[in-house]
Design a protein around this ligand. Structure first.
Ligand code: C2E
Ligand code: MG
Ligand code: MG
Length: 629
């Protein structure tokens, strides 16, 4: 007699899992597909287990073929179940079953072989036979057990040997738990063949998988309830071979807009946008990638244009609910080239940077992404790599650009400007890598190298003989987050035995942000004996009253102001220079490219001049050769 008492509740639990699976939105990715196949196979296995057991009991009332077929169906799916637990384990380890011939054979041959034996049962009678006494196990019956065991042990070995590929420790232990549950189930099946216990253990394994790996929230954004950035990354990694159309939109000036409306209202607004998108375009794949960026994956091109039209119309009106009223502008980016050769990271980076460009245009814009955008992105990656290398192996170089006296055109100072090199030894200009260094923290190392290399230059050269009174070093405001900045500078000048007056530090006006931290840091630097220069005056907020509270002694007027004045003189710049001079600042004019510009700037009262007319920034040895008297 077979005991079904375990199988029927197992079937009910399976029903709940299936309902849950189909009720929630899931990404069309491999692991989800495997899981649903596993659920369906499990349903067939349990049902056929019950049916075939019943058929075995009532064999005398049934045609012999019914007993054969029901048992064969059970064994076929029993083996497939073991195989799909193994496939699932490969999916979580991101292993490709068909990566090479050895792997393909090791993964598939046992299944194909045993399935063949099962299907040949009516002739070979290797697994079981049905005769006048009913169903009887045959000599090769345990081939079924061994094949299942093979896939479980293979999975356990993979999990243990590839432990480091698990993203979370919980996943590693989870995988071991479900595989061991299967092992126990298989053992009980061998010991107690008349109890349909194995199915219950398989359900326990599936429940473990469901809890540990199948949480749909991993890929769903909380605010919009659309799929999130991890989701799109995974999706693109797996589906790159398919030809889809991708476009994205962004809420213009998202950070500023959030500041104006407040985070709470903005979050509620994102919820409303998510609801609208799901209601309007429910069958599309939509992702929310934070910072106001939404990405759509659609099947055909006309759809892209019609969705963009619809969205433009919708965003002309505000998003309103009881406590929210948001007026938002959006900009678009759409990929118009074949992107299948690019990684998910490049695709997402290119989308982000294009959206940023689109939203900084004032009109509502749609920017197209083509191969050039990907090439640009690739260049940025190379710059990032060059930056990493230069900071790691201490190879940031300094170039010196002369600063001359406005009256005599004699050398008085120099500005130390950093340079790094790409793989082919070409120079990469700082405006390409400083913003990257500021955003990924490399600026600390880079700033320290420039400062130290400038100290070394001062130690190794007779500044007086060159005519140099000081050297300017640029400082990024990001460096102000380093609490011991002033002390680190002091330590270096002590180490190289140079006096602090030889170094002036330049801070760019545009980047003056947190005034309290900034003032505190500048006061400390000043106390250590360094002079401070305000760089690029005229590019930032130009708040003169704020300037009064910072300990600057010199103001460098940005070249854009100088060029503008030289093209079209007015009284603003001369008045500004005069006011600064009366307030005790010295003035440096940047970007002097011609003799006339030099004369004009001298005329309006600038103290120092810097620019290509005198010299571009030079490598240290060329600078020495040029200015050694
Ligand atoms: P900056 O501090 O305003 O430096 C002056 C920039 O103007 C330099 O560009 C210089 O080559 C360029 N320049 C000088 N004279 C002329 C001219 O007559 N015409 C034109 N068109 N350009 C001229 P560079 O070296 O590319 O540096 C760009 C910016 O990168 C610098 O602007 C500075 O803000 C930043 N930077 C450079 N080195 C460092 C550094 O070590 N640390 C930090 N934090 N920033 C740096
Ligand atoms: Mg500067
Ligand atoms: Mg400047």
């Amino acid at each position: 007699m077979w005991d079904y008492s375990f199988a029927i509740p197992s079937l009910l639990i399976l029903g709940i899992l299936l309902l849950n699976y189909f009720a929630l939105q899931r990404l069309p990715i491999k692991i989800n597909r495997t899981f649903v196949i596993l659920l369906l196979i499990e349903t067939v296995v349990i049902s056929s287990d019950i049916i075939s057991s019943w058929a075995c009991e009532n064999y005398s009332d049934l045609p012999i073929s019914a007993v054969y077929i029901s048992n064969m169906v059970f064994f076929v799916f029993f083996l497939l179940r073991g195989f799909f637990f193994f496939v699932f384990t490969c999916n979580i380890l991101e292993l490709d079953l068909k990566a090479n011939l050895v792997r393909t054979i090791a993964c598939n041959i046992p299944l194909i072989f045993t399935e063949g034996i099962v299907l040949a049962t009516p002739w070979l009678k290797a697994i079981f036979t049905v005769d006048d006494h009913g169903y009887v196990r045959s000599y090769a019956y345990h081939l079924i057990t061994f094949t299942f065991l093979y896939y479980i042990l293979f999975s356990i070995v993979m999990v243990l040997s590839l432990r480091k590929f698990f993203k979370r420790r919980r996943e590693f232990y989870g995988a071991l738990v479900y595989l061991n549950i299967l092992l126990i189930g298989l053992t009980l099946r061998v010991i107690l063949p008349k109890y349909l216990l194995m199915d219950t253990f398989c359900i326990m394994a599936i429940l473990t998988i469901n809890i540990i790996f199948m949480n749909p929230d991993f890929y769903i954004d909380r605010q919009t309830r659309l799929f999130n950035r991890d989701g799109i990354r995974l999706y693109l990694d797996e589906n790159y071979f398919k030809r889809h159309y991708i476009f994205a939109f962004v809420i213009d000036h998202y950070t500023e807009t959030s500041e104006i409306y407040g985070n709470k209202q903005m979050d509620a607004g994102l919820g409303l946008i998510g609801n609208y998108l799901r209601w309007k375009f429910g069958n599309m794949l939509m992702f929310y990638c934070r910072s106001g960026r939404f990405v759509f994956v659609v099947d055909n091109k006309p759809e892209v244009d019609s969705i963009i039209e619809t969205l433009i119309e919708r965003f002309k009106r505000p998003f309103i609910s009881d406590d929210v009223e948001l007026y938002l502008n959006i900009s678009f980016a759409r990929i118009i080239c074949d992107y299948k050769g690019y990684s998910s990271d490049s695709i997402l980076n290119v989308i982000s940077s294009t959206l940023e460009k689109a939203s900084s245009n004032n009109n509502r814009t749609i920017l197209d992404i083509d191969d050039r955008s990907f090439i640009e992105n690739h260049k940025n990656i190379l710059i990032k790599k060059a930056l990493e290398r230069a900071t790691e192996d201490h190879s940031v170089a300094i170039f010196l650009q002369p600063i001359v006296d406005a009256n005599t055109h004699e050398l008085v100072g120099a500005e130390s400007l950093c340079r790094i090199f790409n793989d082919s030894g070409e120079l990469i200009p700082p405006d390409k890598f400083i913003p990257i260094a500021e955003s990924n923290g490399r600026i600390y190392n880079l700033g320290a190298q420039v400062f130290e290399k400038t100290c070394i230059f001062i130690r190794d050269n007779d500044l007086d003989a060159l005519g140099l009174k000081w050297i300017n070093v640029n400082l990024s405001t990001a460096q102000f987050m380093k609490k011991d900045l002033a002390e680190s500078f002091e330590k270096l000048i002590n180490e190289y035995n140079i006096s602090p007056e030889k170094i002036h530090l330049e801070i760019t006006e545009a980047s003056i942000t947190d005034e309290i931290i900034m003032k505190d840091q500048l006061d400390k630097i000043k106390l250590k004996g360094f002079e401070l220069s305000l760089d690029d005056y005229g590019t930032g907020y130009s708040n003169a009253s704020r300037l009064k509270h910072f300990p600057f002694h010199n103001v460098k007027i940005d070249m854009s102001l100088i060029w503008d004045y030289c093209k079209q003189p007015d009284i603003i710049l001369p008045t500004l220079v005069k006011t600064f001079r009366q307030s005790g600042y010295t003035i440096t004019a940047e970007g002097i490219e011609t003799k006339e510009m030099a004369a004009t700037m001298e005329e309006i009262g600038c103290n120092y001049l810097q620019g290509m007319y005198f010299s571009p920034p030079l490598p240290v040895d060329e600078f020495i050769a040029k200015y050694k008297k």
